[in-house]
Design a protein around this ligand. Sequence first.
Ligand code: SF4
Length: 503
Amino acid sequence: MAFAITQNCCNDASCLSVCPVNCIHPTPDEPDFGKTESLYIDPRNCIDCGACADACPVDAITRVSRLGPDQAVFADINADYFADKPVESEWDVPRFPLPTINELSEVEVAIVGTGPAACYAAQALLRFPRARITFYDRLPTAGGLARFGVAPDHMGTRRIGEHFRTVFTNPRVTMKLGVEVGSDVEHRELSERFDAVVYAVGAERDRRLDIPGIDLPGSTSARKLVGWYTGHPDVPADAFDFEGVERVVLVGNGNVALDAARILTADPADLEGTDIAPHALAVLRRSSVKEVVLVARRGPAHAAFTRSECQALVDRTNIPVVVSGPVDVSARIADLPDSSAASALSGLDAVEVGDLPSGRRIVFSFGRAPAAVGGVDRVESIDIGSGDEKRRIRTELVLLAIGYQGSPTLGLPFDQATSSIRNAAGRVTDTEGIPLEGAYVVGWAKRGATGGIGHNKMDAEETVDALIQDMAGRTRQPATRRRTPFNRVGAWLPLQAPSRGLS
Ligand code: SF4
């Protein structure tokens, strides 16, 4: 009886390095790595040792015999990944890259940001005993998207925060919270003070959808909703009120949209005891939302959500899930292979969005692009589709969940095509590809807004590898400047973590 990786998988691959038979895939040297929705355990080779379960930072790995009814599908999901792959049992050194340099003289690094990418970079740096790190975050609370991006009811995934807490409390780490780089302190000042500056600033902008009416009151971003129910300091407690709102339309069908749909339709009693912000729970208790419609331009074969997240939504027995779209939408879903994300919707009723249901429900609408948001003073409807497929859906709230992008800030070279800071393997470069001395980047700011929490681990390892190589090869002396206080530091907040960091 093997172990299986479940819905919580953060993809950070901590389990790979401990499996004695290398039966967790894809590994970093396989082409699928970073592209699958989770890692998978090959049940044909697993020897049941349990080492991976101990190593997993989010408790995503469970013995198959202990999977509950709502998780039994993960035994199949793990096995399915290996269906067309040869049995390959290999007792060997785990396939995980090791740091290229094990000795390093004293190095002081500033990391801008405190989210997952920043934490993985810090973890990699702290393997070097003489590395010291100072985190900078404009927010008064550490954690970034690990705290303000993970759905409050995904308690397993949120455990990654506990994992990162060990970074913030490391005696070689200093926290500068409430300090905005680019405003309170410039890159130039950081680069003078530290041997290296690592930018982990994420992707702060929402992708825009340029359709008529999109700027009407009542049309906003799903990011704002996520920030509201996770208690993000930038989002006021009164940013949302669902009294009088009967239908919410989410444009997009990635996992952020699924999270929003699940929270908006949940029984508030089920959200008690989760990490939801108290103000959000109070508002949701008064909510009159009956239907959440997820609108996708493309068909079910191109769903952006993951199979496991969708399956979990469908398996929630108290909220019906239905599909909508062109007349053949059900047949198209039924034809999908099991490995397809939208196969989780197979067999569900198909409806036309119109009259509201008596209870709550979630509708997955496929194959009709949003065309215009209608309303006089605020949102009253949204038009989707065109020609014979055109539909008008009455709604009071439209939430955009079509992704994020970075912005050219901090004076660093920015690549508009990828919406990321220009870099080569994590070294910030100018337009000629020449590295800027001492400047590095990780996470979404490095590769664009793709991938979940765990994808940042390998990404950060690559950047830290480059940083360490540069430090080991440098000729200049480490600066005595690091003992020199900034003349603008006086206004900075004192160390806040961990009490105001992850909790
Ligand atoms: Fe590998 Fe042991 Fe986990 Fe099986 S239980 S996947 S053998 S680490």
